[in-house]
Design a protein around this ligand. Sequence first.
Ligand code: AMP
Ligand code: MG
Length: 336
Amino acid sequence: MAVVIGIESTAHTFGIGIVKNRKVISNIKRTYATETGGIIPSEAAKHHFHNKHEVYFEALDKASEAGITEDKIDAIAFSQGPGLAPCLLEGMRFAKELALRLKKPLIPVNHCIAHLEIGEIEKAKDPVMLYVSGANTQIIAYAAGKYRVFGETLDIGVGNFIDSFARYAGIGFPGGPAIEKFAKSGKKYIELPYTVKGMDISLSGILTNLKNKIESGNYSLYDLSYSLQETVFAMLVETAERALAHTGKKELLLGGGVACNSRLQEMCKIMCKNRVTGKVKFFCPPKELLVDNGAMIAFLGEKMFKAGIKFSYKELNKVDILPRQRTDDVEVLWKK
Ligand code: AMP
Ligand code: MG
C-alpha cells in the first residue's frame, strides 16, 4: 500500500494529485491563462509560485475525505521534464521542500510517459498514444524495453500551433477551446497544405498559410477554424494509424490538452473502428486526466516507488529538472 503525491508544473498548469494504490484520491490544479498573447514562462512560473500552497492544501483537504492525511504520504513525485525551465523549477523546489519536511523520498517523473501510463485507469493495457498537447506532439508506444517515439512534429506542437493561430486572430491563451467552437460554425472547407512525412508531421508552413489567409480578409474565421481542424487532425490520425500498423498494437490512447477536442476524438474513433486489418480499441481519459495534472504524475510515481526508483530526502542534490528530456531517454525500470 502506498500513498504518493504528484506535482505537475511543466508549463501553464500547477497541479497536485494524490494516488493510493492506483486510485486517484485527489487532483487539484490552477492554470495560467491570458486575455491576449501567449504564455510567458516567467509569468507562468510566478503563477505557480503564488498558487502552490492553495493547490496543496486543497489537494490534502480532498484526500482527507478518504482518510488520507499528510503523515500518510509515502513519497513525493514531480514532473522532471520536458517543459519550461522556470516552471519546472517551481515544481521541483516545492517537491524538495515537501520531501525534506516529511522526510520522504523524491521521485522524478517524465511528463509525457505519465500521460500514457494514466491510460491504465481507462483499462488501456499496451496502447499507441497520440499525445497532443501545447508543446508536445508525439506518437508513443512501448517497444523493446522503452517508450519509443514513432512519430512527432518536426517543428511546433499542435496545441501551440492552434494557440498561435488563435492569437493571430485576436484570441487569448489557450486558443484551442475557442477554435473548436468557431469550427462548429464553419461551412466551407478551405484547402490547406497537408504535411505528413512518414510518421512525422510539420505545422509551421500551415500556420504561415493560415496567417496569410487571415490577413487577406477574404476568409471567415469559422471556415478557417473548421478547415484547420479537418486538415491537421487528419494528419494526426493518419500518422497514429501508421504507428498502429507498424507496431501491430490493438489500442489507441489519446493524451494531452488538444485531445479534449470532440472532433479529434470522433476522427480517432472512426479510424479505430474502420481499420481493414482489424478493429482497434479507442481510449480517451476524462478531461481532468487528459490535460496536464498532478494525478498522472502521482500515478506513475507510485509505480516507480513500488519498483524502488526513488531518491532519499538526504540526497536531493542528486536530482535536477530536465527541460529537454526525451521520452526515449527514460529507463523504464518499473515495467520489468
Ligand atoms: P496541455 O499542454 O496538454 O495541457 O494542453 C494545452 C493545449 O491544449 C493548449 O494549446 C490548448 O489550446 C489545447 N486545447 C485545450 N482544449 C482544446 C480543444 N477543445 N481543442 C483544441 N485544443 C485544445
Ligand atoms: Mg502535457
